[in-house]
Design a protein around this ligand. Sequence first.
Ligand code: ZN
Length: 334
Amino acid sequence: MNKRAFLEGFFTASTVAFGGHFMWQRIGQQDPLILNQATPRRPQLMDTKSGITRVGGFKFTPIEIQSAQPTRGIPTPAPVAQSADPAGIAGFSDLEVENYLRKIRNFDAVFASDIYLDPRYEPLLLKTAQHLARVEAYIGHGNFNLMSFDEMLQSGRDFSRIGEFKADELNFLEEIFFANPHRYGFFGKKISSEITESIAKAEVTKISGTGHFLLRGESLNLYEQIKRDVGGQVVLTSGVRSIVKQMHLFLAKTIEANGNLSRSSRSLAPPGHSYHGVGDFDIGKIGLGARNFTADFSTTDEYKKIAGLGYVDIRYPTDNLFGVRFEPWHIKIS
Ligand SMILES: [Zn+2]
């Protein structure tokens, strides 16, 4: 099969492409890949604020990190130095709540209680994320946003430049998908229960010039209404995203975070837990670049206008209960 035929097939069916549904079968069991806090192998870490050099964690090179990143799409958020606001937590006395807020406000910092992937999975994490990066590079950033797990498997079988996904990678993806993220500090609800769930391609619209898609109906209507009310500087920065796309973002973020799952999930919902799968979308300001995915976006006139519209809600406000940083750019669908 050539690439063009593949991509045509990609859009011919709403939920089932290629004339068949390649159900993923669980291939055996393997050791749990997420360390418990009680596990002696857990790296001993100090808070970054303490200034003590941490030991443990993964040690990826900048080239390895780069090779696993999405080709385009969500820019890596720049760490934002957010000083804790004592007034905001004045009402809380519980130390745990205080620690929780400290974490989501300093989402890119490393905390002693953060949970890591078992270091034995370091090569597999890198290999799998690089494999997903090859899929994205080959089929294109826009198409990859919608790619289902079965389509991912098929692309590996069809194209030697991608290469077939092997049992160790598939087990790893499955373990990540089915792990309970409460263990590492993410408290958002599970949106997709099956790894093979797919986005109905007949129900999405490509937003020109963005490489992203929106679900027709509420999402598309809301985006267009915001554009009308706020003006041309507002742009879609991420729309509907499949489980595979979220998987790649999450693994790439985890590599960047040296295996620290708590740190990656403070910035990005684990696969199966992202509301981007059901209609939420991200907006930004043209020209703001990667800062669209930082708290800086909330200082723009565009954000202030959006906040004043009265009909727009954001999914992750400051000090939310999901374990996620403040995301002023992430628009909530009811
Ligand atoms: Zn988002």
